[in-house]
Design a protein around this ligand. Structure first.
Ligand code: PSU
Ligand code: MN
Length: 303
């Protein structure tokens, strides 16, 4: 189809048969979690998706080729590799032309998934409008890409490293639906509460699939964010985690961390400051999102 994109046999077949497929990002593997937890997480996420009747398609760039559907070996290679680029729209052409390794962000993954005909995507958290964006202009490409491509992203909301209020405003401007799964409150990744509210609550994968059909059949192109709260058992105390986040933000500022390094820096700093307990929550919410995304993909494929 496209010489720069290689789709695995299994994923290709599922797409051709209009089966249920769930895209998975790779920045969460290479820049979001340490080794070896990242490999374990990535492989188990794929298993959860299979157990719920869908085909997983992890997306990354290996030696300059965009791969849709990675083998276990390829996931292992990516998870261990150093010098992996964090890839959104502006980075593809460079990484490909130089035959480098690249991990796709939510924006990069959405872009490729929608190009090859995958409409459901599971991740941990999406990027958004950073705190202080009125000064720094730091607004994740994720929000722009979600406004452009037909993709349903299942996430646990967004971390309060971001300005959640401004993130919701930006999504509204861009016409991206934000659906709360069994909740009216926007979840804040580590915790179920943020103090911000979504526009619509839906309670079943069937309802979400119907919404996707209605949106795209009408030609209302663009993405949908499904915000799925972290399971209660793993939910962290909002006040505590926010103190940690404040500290991490201060550290970023004093070290002069800028641009695409901000998010990975904050993630690793939060993990460090919570002595790893945030990592357990992070992994648990990704599994929870994988299950819901698979259920949505299965329902979506029925029509
Ligand atoms: N938020 C998380 N974990 C992550 C990311 C965001 O809780 O791993 C990653 C995702 O790949 C997301 C990217 O697309 O960071 C956003 O980076 P930036 O803020 O630089 O746009
Ligand atoms: Mn940014």
């Amino acid at each position: 189809m496209n010489p720069y994109i290689m789709i695995s046999q299994e994923v290709k077949q599922a797409i051709e048969n209009r089966g249920a497929v769930v895209a998975l990002e790779s920045t969460i593997i290479s820049h979001g979690m340490p080794y070896p937890e990242n490999v374990k997480m990535a492989l188990h996420v794929e298993q959860i998706i299979r157990d719920h009747g869908a085909v997983p398609a992890t997306i990354a760039i290996l030696d300059g080729v965009i791969k849709v559907g990675l083998s276990e070996e390829e996931i292992e290679t990516l998870a261990k590799a150093k010098n992996v680029y964090k890839v959104g729209k502006r980075d593809f052409s460079y990484v490909i032309s130089k035959a480098l390794m690249g991990a796709t962000t939510v924006s990069g993954t959405s872009l490729i998934a929608s190009k090859v005909g995958i409409n459901v995507f599971a991740t941990g958290g999406i990027g958004g409008v950073h705190r202080g964006a009125t000064e720094t202009f730091d607004i994740s490409r994720d929000l722009e890409e979600l406004s452009l491509v037909d993709i349903c992203v299942v996430c646990a909301g967004a971390k309060s490293i971001l300005d959640l209020g401004l993130t919701l405003e930006y999504l509204e401007t861009k016409g991206v639906e934000v659906i709360g799964y069994q909740t009216k409150e926007l979840p804040a990744f580590y915790s179920r509460e943020s103090g911000f509210f979504v526009n619509y609550q839906l309670d079943t994968p069937q309802e979400i699939a119907s919404l996707l059909h209605a949106k795209w059949a009408l030609g209302l192109s663009g993405g949908v964010v499904v915000a799925n709260p972290i399971p209660k058992k793993y939910s962290m105390d909002a006040k505590k985690i926010n103190e940690v986040i404040e500290k991490a933000l201060e550290d970023a500022k004093s070290l002069g961390i800028k641009g695409s390094e901000v998010t990975p820096f904050l993630l690793s700093q939060i993990k460090h400051l919570t002595e790893g307990s945030s990592l357990q929550s992070n992994i648990a919410l990704v599994y929870n999102n994988a299950r819901l995304a698979a259920e949505i993909a299965v329902e979506y494929a029925k029509k």
